[in-house]
Write a protein that binds this ligand. Structure first.
Ligand code: FES
Ligand code: FES
Length: 190
């Protein structure tokens, strides 16, 4: 028996089946519907949307904030859902591409990109559509474009510089944004 000062003190431990519950409840409005689930605090918004809610149209590419494929709208602002935690979206309104429009009733951004044949494989498309939606909504509200002119190529490229496409080439995407702007302007003036 070693001297008392060398003996390992007894430290109580928590058996695995008695570990504390480390889950939290996430309440958010997703595509207009109230959703509530329990998640681990480390769960990303992207994983929550895709794996817990089954909204798999939001794509995951780099998972480190570079490609923009995972872009969704949170209270109208574009965010990279791979970098945001689900718990950070509590009591907020989340919009994914599933909530944008449907085949029968397309959102102007979807229709514009279809008209311009903006995309090929489609992997980047959900993120682009959400980023374009946020850009056109923001641009429409700013006092910097009082003349109602169409966005220039440079403006569009700057606005979408955080989204990457690996297979189409960007000019058709720029054309799709301008077509979406035209559709929106036409319907606003109708
Ligand atoms: S998957 Fe989120 S930025 Fe690439
Ligand atoms: S359309 Fe294929 S990555 Fe953009």
């Amino acid at each position: 028996m070693p001297p008392a000062e060398l003996q390992t003190p007894h430290t109580p431990h928590t058996p695995p089946d008695e570990s504390p519950d480390l889950t939290v409840t996430v309440n958010a409005t997703v595509n207009g519907t109230r959703r509530s689930t329990t998640v681990e605090p480390r769960r990303t918004l992207a994983d929550w949307l895709r794996d817990d809610l089954g909204l798999t149209a939001t794509h995951l590419g780099c998972e480190q904030g570079v490609c923009g494929a995972c872009t969704v709208l949170v209270d109208g602002d574009p965010v990279r859902s791979c970098l945001m935690l689900a718990v950070q979206a509590r009591e907020m309104a989340v919009t994914t591409v599933e909530g944008l429009g449907s085949v029968a009733d397309m959102h102007p951004v979807q229709q514009g990109c279809l008209d311009a044949m903006s995309f090929q494989c489609g992997f980047c498309t959900p993120g682009f559509l959400m980023a374009i939606t946020a850009y056109l909504a923001r641009r429409g509200q700013t006092a910097e474009v009082p003349d109602g002119r169409a966005p220039s190529d440079d403006e569009i490229r700057e606005a979408l510089s955080g989204n990457l496409c690996r297979c189409t080439g960007y000019q058709s995407i720029v054309d799709g944004v301008r077509r979406a702007w035209e559709i929106t302007s036409e319907s606003a003036g109708a």
